[in-house]
Write a protein of this length. Sequence first.
Length: 428
Amino acid sequence: MKITKANGKSEYALIESLKKRSGETDQKIVDIVSSIIQGVKEGGDDAVREYTVRFDGAMPKKTVIEKDELSSYLDLVDDDFKKAIVDAKNNIYDFHQRQTQQSWLTTKENGVIMGQRVRGLHRVGIYVPGGTAAYPSSVLMNAVPAKIAGVKEIIMVTPPSKDGSPNPNIMAAAAVAGVDKVFLCGGAQAVAALAYGTEKIPKVDKIVGPGNIFVATAKKLLYGVVDIDMVAGPSEILIVADKTAKPSFLAADLMSQAEHDVMASSILLTTSEAVAKATAKEIEKQIKFLERQEIIEQSLENYGEIIVCDSLAQAIDFANELAPEHLELCVEEPLKYIGMLDNAGSVFLGNWSPEPLGDYFAGPNHVLPTSGTARFFSPLSVDSFVKKSSFIYYTEEELAKAKDEIITLADSEGLTAHANSIKVRFEK
C-alpha cells in the first residue's frame, strides 16, 4: 500500500478519488434494468420466468418455499453453523429491540388530544444474493429488525443455485430470522416483482438487502414505487491508529474489507510512521495466504492508502470528512474519542473490536451508509421498518380560539380554500 504524509491536500484529494467510484450508473445497465422492470410490470410471473431462464439458464422445479418448510433446512447445515446463526440472531435481536418506539398521545386540560401512532410496515421484501455471494448474515440483519418493528409479512427472494436448489445456509438463516416465504428468483426481475407484485409474488412496501449492480439499479429506479433501504456503494473501512496499535491487526482488518470488491476502499490513518511501515509489510506477508488475493491487491492499489498524520485530532477531522461506512479506532484510549466521531456508519473501538465482529455477530446492524452518506444517513434499524402517523382532536371551543390565526396564515399563502374550511364552521 502507498504511504503518504498528511499535508492538508493529498488526503483530501483521496476523498475526491473515492467519490468517483460512486458516480452515475452506466446508461447501458440502466436501459437493461428499465426494460426488465417494464417487462415484469406488464408480464408478471411469465416475465419473471422468461428472465430467469435467460439469465440463470433454467427455472428451478420448486419456486416457492413456505414458512413451515424453512425449518427443515436447519437439518441440512452443520451444527457449528446452526449454533453460530442462532447466537448471532440473539445478539442482533438484543441490540435492535432497544430501538423500538411506542405510540403515544397527550391530552390537554382544554380537551385537545394529539398523538402519534407507530406501527410496522405491512409487508417487506428482502433480496439475498445467491451463488458465490451468499450471505446468511444479511438475512439476519434485514429480517430481525423487521420482525421487531412489527412487520406482518417478510418475503425473501434469492437466486437458486445452478441445479435449481436454494442455498441451505441462506434458508437456515431465514428460518432462524422468521422469514415468512421465500421465492427462488433473483436479479432485477425479482426486485421488480416485489415492487409491483405478480400473480404469485406479493407486492411489498419496502425492499431491503444487497445485490449486484443490476439489483442496485433496479432498487434505485423503483424508489417511489416502493421504499428501499439505501443505494449502497462499494464497501469502505477507515482505521485510525496510534503507536500502540498492532500492525498485524491493522493489516488484517484493511484486507477484510478489500476482499469484498475491487472497488472497496481501505484506508489507515496513523500518527506513527513506524506503524505505517510495519502495516504495509504485514499486508505483504498475510496476503499470500488469502483466497481472494487478486481482488485484495487491486482494491488496495486503486483505493487503499496509509496516511501518516501529525495528530489524532487531524486524523479524526479527516474521518469526519470522509464519513466512512466502517471506522475502527485502534488507539490507547478509544472511548475518549467516541464523542468526536460524528460521521461514520458504525464505529469499532479498540484493538479487540474488528470490523467482522460487527458484520456477523455483535448485534449492531451491518447494513450501513456508504460513499460519504454517513453524513446524513443512519444504519438499517427498527426505524427502517416502521411508519408513523399523527392524529389531532380539537373541540369546537378550542378551534374557535385558533381560527383567526389559521385564517391569517392560510390567507398569507393565498390558499383561500384552506381559510374557508375554517370560516364555514363558524358562520351563523
